[in-house]
Structure formats: structure tokens, C-alpha cells
Design a protein. Structure first.
Length: 227
């Protein structure tokens, strides 16, 4: 009896040590993930992207990797299979993969895990890793677009804060904004999201105000309180 009690007592520290060891390893994994997810984390050779105050690090374009991240997405576009992971785009290069800028018009179903929202004419753009995205309801995804004019970019909803009065989902709000943008641009002949808009400078402010009024009217008709 005494020997059995001693043996069982002696086993307790061993189990406790193993459990502590497992907890320590799990803690190390969590800390390593938190470190990699931190904006200040800079893997060797990566470059800082602070456009639109994005403040994250990415591999430079032209960087070549032998293998892709295991959970990347394959995005076919015009006969080429691009690969997408964490806001970084890859293109096959022989047996390897090269970091590239994606072509304008390619669509992904989800945004990168870290992105910055900017606003142009009341329309949200999403930015990450040198790439601008916009929600498109037709393919139900985010399309890679040309960079909008810097002079039109705002970090806040530019004089068009639209509050959903009917409980519209985020996806529905993005769809409504995009469709109202298209309608406003057609009505006024002015699209603030397009680089090189051919509107004489003296008329630009007037056209922009007309566009904003059209956007406001469209959004209010769809059940938003617009300020």
C-alpha cells in the first residue's frame, strides 16, 4: 500500500511537467502567430507598404519562392493560374512562383486578412500590398482595379455617410453603393473613381457636387439615411 501511494505521488509531477510542456508549446505557437500577424513584423527581404497608411510588410515584386503557402487560392484569369495568399499574388515561373501585381479585372471571393479601406466619391476601395480592390455584385467578389486618383482619395466616407435604415447587410451596402455609383456616374457624366477624368478643372467641383447629389438621392431611395 505504501509503495503504491509513493509511486502514484511520484507520477504526478511527471504528468504535470508534460502538461506544462504542452501548454508552453501551444503558447509558443500562439506567440509566434501573434508576432507574424503584427504590423511591425518584417520577414527578411520584405518591403514596407505604407500607402494609405497601410503599414504592413510584403515580399517585393519579382521575389521567387519554391513552394506556395499551403492554404493559398488558385485564381484563373485569361488562361493563367494566379495564386493568392494573404494579399500576395504569385504567378507560375517554371517550377517556382514569382510575386507579381495581379492584372486589373481579376476577381477574388474574399479580401486579404489585412486591408485598408479608403473612399472615393462615397465608394469604398480596399487596399493591400500595392493592390486596390472593389466589391462587385455581379461576380459576388472583389475585383482588382486601377488605383483611384490620389486627389479623390479620402480615409473617411467622403461627405456621404450612409446609415442603413432597413438593416442592410455589409454585402448589401457595398452592392447598393456600387450600383448607385454607376447610376450617378451615368447621370452626371462624372466618375471620380477613374484616373484621368477628362473634366476641365473649373467644372470639376461642379460635376463632383452633381455626382454627390445623385449618389445621395440613389442611396436614400434604397433605404439609407445619408449625411
Amino acid at each position: 500500500m505504501t509503495l503504491a501511494v509513493l509511486l502514484s505521488c511520484a507520477a504526478v509531477p511527471a504528468w504535470a511537467d508534460r502538461e506544462r510542456g504542452d501548454d508552453d508549446r501551444r503558447g509558443d505557437v500562439r506567440r509566434d502567430k501573434d508576432r507574424r500577424d503584427s504590423p511591425s513584423y518584417k520577414p527578411p527581404g520584405y518591403v514596407h507598404d505604407n500607402r494609405h497608411r497601410h503599414d504592413r510588410y510584403y515580399p517585393p515584386h519579382g521575389h521567387v519562392v519554391p513552394v506556395l503557402p499551403h492554404d493559398h487560392r488558385v485564381v484563373p484569369h485569361r488562361g493563367v493560374k494566379y495564386h493568392y495568399h494573404g494579399g500576395v499574388w504569385y504567378r507560375p515561373s517554371g517550377a517556382r512562383f514569382t510575386v507579381v501585381l495581379p492584372p486589373v479585372g481579376i476577381v477574388v471571393p474574399v479580401l486579404p486578412p489585412f486591408y485598408t479601406t479608403i473612399w472615393v466619391g462615397g465608394l469604398p476601395y480596399y487596399y493591400a500590398g500595392g493592390v486596390h480592390y472593389m466589391w462587385r455584385p455581379e461576380p459576388r467578389g472583389y475585383i482588382v482595379t486601377q488605383a483611384p486618383p490620389e486627389s479623390e482619395v479620402s480615409e473617411q466616407p467622403d461627405r456621404l455617410f450612409a446609415y442603413p435604415m432597413k438593416g442592410q447587410s455589409e454585402e448589401q451596402q457595398a452592392t447598393d453603393r456600387y450600383q448607385c455609383h454607376q447610376w450617378a456616374a451615368d447621370q452626371t457624366g462624372f466618375d471620380p473613381t477613374q484616373p484621368g477624368v477628362t473634366v476641365p478643372e473649373p467644372q470639376r467641383a461642379l460635376k463632383r457636387a452633381e455626382y454627390q447629389r445623385a449618389m445621395k438621392a440613389c442611396l436614400e431611395a434604397r433605404g439609407y439615411s445619408v449625411q
